[in-house]
Design a protein around this ligand. Structure first.
Ligand code: 8YV
Length: 313
């Protein structure tokens, strides 16, 4: 009998095809009545496949008494109830390493797009203003602009490597100073924001970082400052961010993540100093396929009773 799997969100087509060929797959995201599907197949489900944002709540896991593994296609576990999983002996796996470079690329894309106003300029050309004789606005210089990185983990370091190439002086805040990096350590988020022009948020989501980019931190970045977030919406006080952008107390923002995705605060939609992405940092064809392969390897190992390639629980 093949193991029964519950998918919380779609994965790339080749990954889904492989899942279908190997397991009996139920798709919660496509069910007309999710509760009815859970009642029907919940008692037989041995594996959940999910993403970093959707995760797996306690309520979901409670509906799956035979659950052995939650395989996350992503690195964030902030939406998985890890303590409940531990309590129940449910294994949790992620896809570490493979998305680092892509997320760092997106962070740099947002740094460049906000400072050089590439997206607003694109709208300017398309609207016919340039050909109509309107003078295009000026943007801001990248080299020499001070970059602050909040969280110098794998992704933070990959952002720093890129920013070095752009001639940006780099400082960072992290739980602890990172040995062997040529960047300046700053003791807390507030001081970091005071000391930089562009703040890139690259910490993990979850209780420990909720609201870390507070109203005071945003205020400290100031009217010429830019906030770039490729981590989790929960790290930033989103209401304070919107107010600061509206009042001109913050210069601009490049956002790939939001507090309540896919909802984006209405007020941001009309702001030219803001560049918005629909949580796409790891969404390249190559990386998403690699993430899918890691999900498949973890499931296969679990059901074969072998050690899991990338378990966090
Ligand atoms: C994905 C992510 O967009 O890795 C994460 O935690 O947020 C992203 O890589 C997410 O997992 C959706 O699949």
């Amino acid at each position: 009998m093949t193991a029964e799997i519950l998918m919380i969100q779609p994965l790339p087509e080749p990954t889904e095809a492989e899942l279908d060929a190997t397991y009996t797959v139920h798709r919660l995201y496509a069910a007309a009545d999710a509760q009815a599907l859970l009642r029907e197949v919940g008692p037989r489900i041995r594996g959940v496949v999910t993403g970093g944002v959707k995760g797996a709540s306690r309520a979901l896991m409670e509906a799956l008494p035979k659950l052995e593994i939650v395989a996350v296609s992503g690195i964030g576990t902030d939406a998985v109830d890890l303590s409940y999983a531990r309590e129940r002996g449910i294994r949790v796996t992620t896809t570490p390493g493979v998305l680092t470079e892509d997320v760092a690329d997106m962070a740099m894309a947002l740094v460049l797009a906000t400072l050089r106003q590439t997206v607003a300029n694109d709208r300017f050309v398309r609207s016919g203003q340039w050909s109509g004789g309107v003078a295009p606005p000026m943007s801001r210089k990248v080299s020499g602009t001070r970059l602050g990185i909040l969280g110098l983990g794998q992704i933070g370091r990959a952002v720093a490597r890129r920013a070095e190439g752009f001639g940006m002086p780099i400082s960072y805040n992290n739980r602890n100073p990172v040995p062997d990096v040529p960047y300046r350590f700053v003791a807390d988020a507030l001081t970091l924001a005071r000391d930089c022009d562009v703040l890139v948020v690259a910490v993990s989501g979850g209780a420990a970082t909720r609201g870390l980019v507070s109203e005071a931190v945003i205020e400290a970045l100031g009217p010429d400052g830019v906030l770039v977030n490729v981590a989790r919406g929960s790290v930033v006080d989103e209401d304070a961010l919107v107010r600061a952008l509206q009042d001109g107390r913050l210069g601009g923002a490049g956002l790939d993540v939001f507090a309540d995705e896919p909802r984006v605060p209405e007020a941001l939609l009309g702001m030219d100093q803001v560049v918005l992405q629909p949580h796409r940092a790891s969404a390249t064809v190559e990386t998403r396929l690699e993430m899918g392969r890691i999900v498949l390897r973890n499931l296969a190992a679990q059901f074969a009773g072998e050690p899991l390639p990338s378990a966090v629980v």
